[in-house]
Design a protein. Sequence first.
Length: 454
Amino acid sequence: MARVVRQFGVLSGCFATRQAKRVFPTCQAVFQNEPQRRHLSIHEHHSMGILRDAGVAVPKGFAADNKEKALDIMKQLTSDGAEDVVIKAQVLAGGRGKGSFQSGLKGGVKIAYSAKEVEDYASKMIGSKLVTKQTGKDGRICNEVYICERLYPRRETYFAITMDRTHNGPVIIASSQGGVNIEEVARDNPEAIVTHPIDIIQGLSKEAAVDIAKRVGFSPKSVDAAAESFMKLYEIFLERDATMLEINPMAEDNKGEVYCMDAKFNFDDNAAYRQKDVHALRDWSQEDAREVQAAQADLNYIGLDGDIGCLVNGAGLAMATMDIIKLHGGEPANFLDVGGGATADQVKEAFKLISSDPKVSAILVNIFGGIMRCDIIAQGIIAAAKELNLKVPIVVRLQGTQVDDARALMAASQLRILACSDLGEAAKMAVRLSTIVSLAKEAEVEVKFKLPLL
C-alpha cells in the first residue's frame, strides 16, 4: 500500500488520482507538493540511452556538465548533419519548458542556432536551479544539459505504458495529441485518448500494435514503424521492471520515420537487486534531503506544508490520520510510513526526520500493532525523545500487540508523551497543542508542558 503514494501523480494520475482525491482529501496536499513522486526516476538522457540500446529510433544527443562539453557536442552533431540543436535542462520535474532559472533564463528547453547560443544557454542552465510548477519555489538544481539534434516532425503523438490496477497489469495509453500535457487532453478531449490493456502472458501482438498506430493517426507508410516501436517499448518496459514509460512526443517525419523525441521512465524499487545498472543512475541531488535520509532508513516520507508531524505504520492509515488532522482544523507536516516491521532504530530515525522540519509544533504517532509490536514503537519514541531532546509535545495513539506494555513504558518515561486510545481525541489534542506551540513561537514565549494535561 505504501507504494501507492509513490505512484500517485505519475502518468496514470489523470485517471487514478482523481479517484484518490475523492477518497482522501489530504491526497491533494501530497499531489501539490510531490506531483512527480514515484518509483525511481532517471534523467532524460539516460532514458534515451536505454531506448537507443534497444534499437528504438531517437534523435542523436549527448549530455554535458559544462559549457565546453556542450560546445563539443554541438560541433559533433553539426558535423553529422544537424542544422540546429535542442538543449534541455536535466531536472527531474515536469514543465521544464515553461520554467525559470534562478540565473534569470526563462525556459528549460531551448533551440540553439549557433555555438554562441549553446554556450550561453549551457552556462545559464548548469549550476542553476530551475523553478517549475512541480518543483516548488526553491526549484531543483540542474547539473547537466542534454543536447540533441533538432528534428522536424510532421505529426506528433503520445504513447505510454503504465501499470494499472483496474486491468491488473500493464496498459498502453496513447493519443493523437502529442507534445502537450496528457492530463489536459484527458480532461478536455477524452475521446482522443486510446487505452489498450496488455495480457501479461500473451504480450503485445503485432496486430494490436498496428491497430493502436492507426487509431492515433500515424500515416499508412509509418504504421509499421510505429507498431515496431510500440513492441520494442513494451519489451523494455518488461525487461527493465518499469512501472511507467512515457514518450511525449512520438513523432513521424516527412519520410515516414518514427522517432521517440522525449522519454520518461519510472522503475520498481523492489526490483533494484536485479536492475542495479538502472538504479545506479539515480540522481540524489534531485530529491529532498529528508526523503533521501528516509530512503536510506527504509522509510516512506513526503514533506508537506503543515505543522503537525505524523508517524504512522501503513500508507492507508497514514492517509486517514492526515485527513483526521485536517478534519479537526490542523495541517499535517508530512506523510511518514514506518511500515509493518519497523525497529526501534527506525522509529528514532523517523523522529529525526520529523523534528528536522522547523515548522513542526506537535507530533502525532498513530500505530496499529498487528505485525508491529507497540512496545517496540514505544521504545523508539522514548529513545528519540531523550536523544533528540524533543521540545514539542508528542501525542501517541497505540492499539494492538503489547499495547499495555507500551503504555507502561511511556508512563514511566516521564517525558512529554501524551497517550490516547481514541484516534479522534488524539488528533484533537495534537491540533490544540500545535496551536499553542505555534502561538508561543510567534510571541517568542517558551512553553513547558507537564503531564497529565487536564
